[in-house]
Structure formats: structure tokens, C-alpha cells
Ligand binder design. Structure first.
Ligand code: TXA
Ligand code: MG
Length: 338
């Protein structure tokens, strides 16, 4: 199939909405990463998302809405805590999990009785949902396992020929996927860190739990609360290793361990004098700038044909927790203390 590149004009958005309504797939921008959308209420359409991405069928999708009323049609009950979250953070990079109504097919929920819902703040995303006239199920628009796409080109590189259309809405503002929180458990639990930080959630909810899979590898035999956390993620072909310690030690380590197939992922301004190719992934003291550049940097590792990438260890405060969470998965949890 020929994948059309669309603009954000009214005409193109209307066309894309028609594609979704008639059971097709559209790549579209959001404020976090690009999504791969289908009609969330059409199990057949949603199945095509799993096929295009090579995604395991038990990994549930996030349903995107543009109006509050749509939420009520998807979940059995909206508890007060959920309402408070929506009031504070929607539209925006927060996904909330509640019990699903029958109208949500099990294909969308990955076989679970719950459904993840988010109202994106990106204008184009909301215009698309309006044009489609249905809630849109959308995972990140990358091939399963690869770094998430933060530009239309990334989506094209992974999905060309597999989907009907891609809306080019420029680069994504946040750069990492939404914060996922479940309100199905007794205490609200953070399943995936993102642009909305644990501190911001606690201001609205009081105490929250942070799922142990946020920081570390799921232990053998432990069932994943969020199925997505059990799969290898965000990885370039090259093997990724996080190096924890000061920049001087990082340089020393690189000079004794690197060869011509090694690249370094460093903070802005540290690229020169390392003796290997280097890619910057944001300012050292600015987690949001790291979030914005991280996935493009991981894709660039492969574009350079590297087989090993040594990465500066990020600060885990605030949005930094999301950066760290993606990086340790890209590194298959390999961290070396310098
Ligand atoms: O920012 C985002 O959230 C992007 C954009 C496109 O909106 N979407 C995204 O979707 O990152 P995806 O499919 O790549 O990640 C969804 C995550 C997965 O880890 C999945 O397991 C989890 O959310 N998830 C979805 N529904 C769930 C549910 N009912 N229970 C537990 N985890 C769920
Ligand atoms: Mg994803």
C-alpha cells in the first residue's frame, strides 16, 4: 500500500478522519510521541495496528479522546480521583486506567477488563479525533521494540507501505510517552513515568505507589501490571550501556573501551574530544530537553551503524525519571558504575 503524507490542513485532517472511520490506520502527531491510530471501537481495525507494529496481542493500547463525554462512554465508572486528574492534566500527557465498558473490544484492551484513556493536548491530534468521530486507539507509531517516533520521518521509516497515511505535524514537544497511572488498584499506581511527574500526581492524589518495574527489571515470575513493561523496548540495534559517574570518568572509560564501532550518547556540549562519534541528547541540567531529544538520539545510533553505545547517566528527578526509565530499557538494564 502507498502511504500518503498529509499536512495539518482541514482538508487533510478530514481525509485522515475518514480513513480512521473506514477501518484504516493513520500515523499522527501528539505532544508526546507520534501515535499509530485506528478506530478504538473496531476490533478488526485495531488488529491492523498490532500487525503493522509487530506488537504482541496482550499489550493493550491507549484510547485517545477529544471530549470528556467520550470518557464516560468507555469506562464503567469515573471515580473522584480520576476526575481530579483529568481536571488538572487534561488535555495533556497523562493516561488514566479504569474499568472498561463492553463497547471497548478486548483487542484494544489486550484482553484486560480495563482501558487506558488519554486526552492529548496536541491540536492536530484532537482535530483528528473530532474528524474521525470515534475514540482513537494509538500506541506509539514505531515498529515494536524500536525507539518511539518523535517526527513524521521516524514514522515513515518504520511504517511506510504498512499504513494508509501519516499526518506531518512537526516535532513532538514532550518527546517521551505519556505518564500512565492506574486507578484500578486501591492506591493509585504509576505504571510509566512521563511528562506528568510523580510529584505532580501526588499534589492531586496524595500518596501514590510507583510500580517497581518503573525503576528496575521485572523479577522472574512477577506478573506485569502494565503488559508493555515486560517487553524489550526502545532499543537501537546497537547494544546500549549506561555509564554512571562523572564526565571525567566517562571519558576515561570510553578511551579504554571504545573502538570505531562505538558511539557515545552525551549531554550537549560534551561531544568533542572523546575520540569516538558522539550524539548529544540534551542539556545535563534540563531533563525536558533530554526527553525531547532522546528517541531521535537512539535512532541516530543505528543511522551511524554503531554496534555499541555508551550513554551518560541522566538525573532521575522530575521528567528525568521518564528519561531514565526509557534509557534503562534501551540498555536492557545494563548500568556500569564508574
Ligand atoms: O504518549 C503516549 O502515551 C503515546 C501517544 C501516541 O499517545 N502512546 C503510547 O502507547 O505510548 P504505547 O502503546 O506505546 O504504550 C502504552 C502503554 C503500554 O506500556 C501498555 O502496556 C500500557 O500503556 N497500557 C495500556 N493499557 C493498559 C491497561 N489497561 N492496563 C495496564 N497497562 C496498560
Ligand atoms: Mg510504545
Amino acid at each position: 500500500m502507498q502511504t500518503k503524507i498529509l499536512s495539518t490542513s482541514d482538508e487533510d485532517i478530514k481525509y485522515a478522519g475518514g480513513v480512521i472511520r473506514s477501518g484504516g490506520l493513520v500515523g499522527f502527531p501528539t505532544e508526546t510521541v507520534y501515535g499509530l491510530g485506528a478506530n478504538a471501537l473496531d476490533g478488526e481495525a485495531v488488529r491492523k495496528i498490532f500487525a503493522a507494529k509487530g506488537r504482541p496481542a496482550d499489550n493493550p493500547l491507549i484510547v485517545h479522546i477529544s471530549r470528556f463525554e467520550q470518557w464516560q462512554s468507555l469506562v464503567t465508572e469515573i471515580p473522584e480521583k480520576a476526575e481530579r486528574l483529568a481536571e488538572k492534566f487534561w488535555p495533556g500527557p497523562l493516561t488514566v486506567i479504569l474499568r472498561k465498558k463492553d463497547i471497548v473490544p478486548y483487542t484494544t484492551s489486550g484482553g484486560l477488563d480495563t482501558v487506558a484513556v488519554r486526552m492529548p493536548s496536541d491540536e492536530t491530534a484532537r482535530r483528528l479525533i473530532d474528524a474521525a468521530g470515534v475514540p482513537i486507539a494509538a500506541p506509539s507509531a514505531n515498529t515494536s521494540g524500536k525507539p518511539s517516533p518523535t517526527s513524521a520521518k521516524h514514522v515513515f521509516d518504520d511504517m511506510n507501505g504498512k499504513i494508509e497515511a501519516i499526518i506531518d505535524g512537526g516535532k513532538c514537544g514532550v518527546g517521551v510517552e505519556s505518564t500512565v497511572v492506574t486507578l484500578v488498584s486501591d492506591v493509585p499506581t504509576l505504571l510509566r513515568p512521563g511528562g506528568v511527574t510523580p510529584e505532580m500526581l501526588e499534589e492531586v492524589l496524595g500518596e501514590i505507589n510507583i510500580d517497581e518495574a518503573v525503576y528496575s527489571k521485572l523479577r522472574d515470575g512477577v506478573k506485569a501490571t502494565s503488559p508493555g513493561m515486560k517487553y524489550k523496548h526502545y532499543s537501537p540495534r546497537a547494544s546500549v550501556v549506561l555509564l554512571k559517574g562523572e564526565f571525567d570518568k566517562f571519558k576515561e572509560y570510553i578511551s579504554s573501551h571504545a573502538d570505531e564501532n562505538t558511539v557515545a550518547l552525551v549531554f550537549d556540549g560534551e561531544e568533542n574530544g572523546l575520540g569516538v562519534k558522539a550524539i548529544a541528547y540534551g542539556r545535563q541540567d534540563d531533563s525536558l530537553s533530554q526527553a525531547q531529544k532522546l528517541f531521535a538520539a537512539l535512532r541516530a545510533v543505528d543511522e551511524l551503524g554503531a554496534d555499541k553505545a555508551y550513554v551518560r547517566y541522566p538525573n532521575r528527578e522530575g521528567v528525568g525519571l521518564a528519561v531514565y526509565n526509557r534509557l534503562i530499557r534501551a540498555a536492557a538494564f545494563e548500568v556500569i558504575e564508574l
